[in-house]
Design a protein around this ligand. Sequence first.
Ligand SMILES: Cc1cc2nc3c(=O)[nH]c(=O)nc-3n(C[C@H](O)[C@H](O)[C@H](O)COP(=O)(O)OP(=O)(O)OC[C@H]3O[C@@H](n4cnc5c(N)ncnc54)[C@H](O)[C@@H]3O)c2cc1C
Length: 472
Amino acid sequence: MTAKKNGKVQQGHYDVVILGGGNAALCAAITAARLGSSVIILEAAPKDWRGGNSRHTRNLRLAHDESNEVLTAPYTVEEFYSDLMRVTDGETDEDLARFTLEQSSELWDWLLEQGVRFQPSLGGTLQLSHTNAFFLGGGKALMNAMYRTAEAMGVEVRYDTEVVDLGFDDGHFTQATVRLADGSQEIIAGQSLVAAAGGFEANIEWLREYWGDAADNFIVRGTPYNRGGVLRLMLDNGMMAVGDPKQCHAVALDARAPKFDGGIVTRLDCVSLGIVVNADGDRFYDEGEDFWPKRYAIWGRLIAHQPDQIAHVIIDEKAQGLFMPSVFKPVTSDTIAGIATQLDLDPAKLEDTVATYNAAVVPGTFDTQRLDDCRTEQLDPPKTHWARRIDTPPFYGYSLRPGITFTYLGVRVNRNAQVLMADGRPTSNVFAAGEIMAGNVLGKGYLAGIGMTIGAVFGRIAGREAARRARN
Ligand SMILES: Cc1cc2nc3c(=O)[nH]c(=O)nc-3n(C[C@H](O)[C@H](O)[C@H](O)COP(=O)(O)OP(=O)(O)OC[C@H]3O[C@@H](n4cnc5c(N)ncnc54)[C@H](O)[C@@H]3O)c2cc1C
């Protein structure tokens, strides 16, 4: 049914209106459609670019009691929980976090049912073989499978459809206003709403509110469409915020990466195998603090706090073959001074930093599969694991920038994925899933693969609850 309202075309009325077209949105859409709801997905991106950040992903982390053809050993909720506590330093909603991890044990079977296929873990510094299920064909294949399933079930998908306004009556959703590719606007009404439109990581102006000029040097690893418009509308309409606006998942990225959508191949995974220095040639953080999947997501923020938001990782020949290479070639030289010159660093300073580090290395038994005993002594900052002298030419160097993946500021939800108003009352028909509420579980830090876990768990719940609310 089409009608005119305030000069905008009013399109039909749906049981469940879903904002965004990534993993969380599709989990919600499929679940609601299976429960008999009429469902529409409103996706800002054109069809070729659908799938948001989810299309860049490779894996998700899930609890499981037994190994299988892909996961090499059990990963209990307890182990998952203790990993999460370690990376967040306890900055999480403990009840919601535990609930998320418990629910994650259903995801393997459920995703298989939706046509998603898995493959064994990739190697290198990731050590994910018993914790994370890798998507066969990557995030694009995952999203294609889920869109196929959703469309076969009658879910309507609108691309090039940006949500620019939301009608709420004291937290009760009534309608969404969307802008189409030709600039015209439409109104889409619904019984209930699932907000799955990501964080605000692609909105440099919004990031500048917290990071100042440093934000200009951030590289956005994923979709340019996650500008936080839906999040802003929800917060402006009195919904409760969760998360520190400065906290985010941000990695060390090759400084040559494109401003948006460079994806996984621009990430540098050799930090724990070498040393990282800033523009002054000084080390500034323990490169071997913990396993890489528990630390890689803090390095973007660490670099963001360095002068000019630039850093450089230096490795030697011994590190080759131990990490997933970036798509860009490193600079290389037989001398540290040669590396320094190519990276625009003071050669004498870099030689001194490397010599001081080498002198502090206590030899041990190098082993990337465990927190080994290769460490430094009397060095500040220390390198606590995988510390080996950088002494075997050729040497290699990469310049690094903060690569922002997603922000943690979001809306507060309960176990039903129901969004809360600022005074703590649950909204009646508004649900959220994915990045837009990930800050409920991730106060800080990150655990590789948990972004997709949070999106899939709360996407399914949001779809179920939105369908239930629409029926009543
Ligand atoms: C390079 C890269 C690699 C990653 N690898 C992994 C991994 O291997 N495992 C993992 O767990 N996590 C990974 N992540 C993080 C992961 O992508 C996110 O946690 C997850 O995809 C979030 O899902 P989502 O559905 O909430 O958001 P998205 O998949 O980003 O979907 C949000 C959607 O909302 C749409 N949208 C935004 N604003 C509007 C609007 N106003 N109107 C309409 N639509 C709108 C966007 O177009 C987008 O399609 C990676 C991220 C990146 C960038």
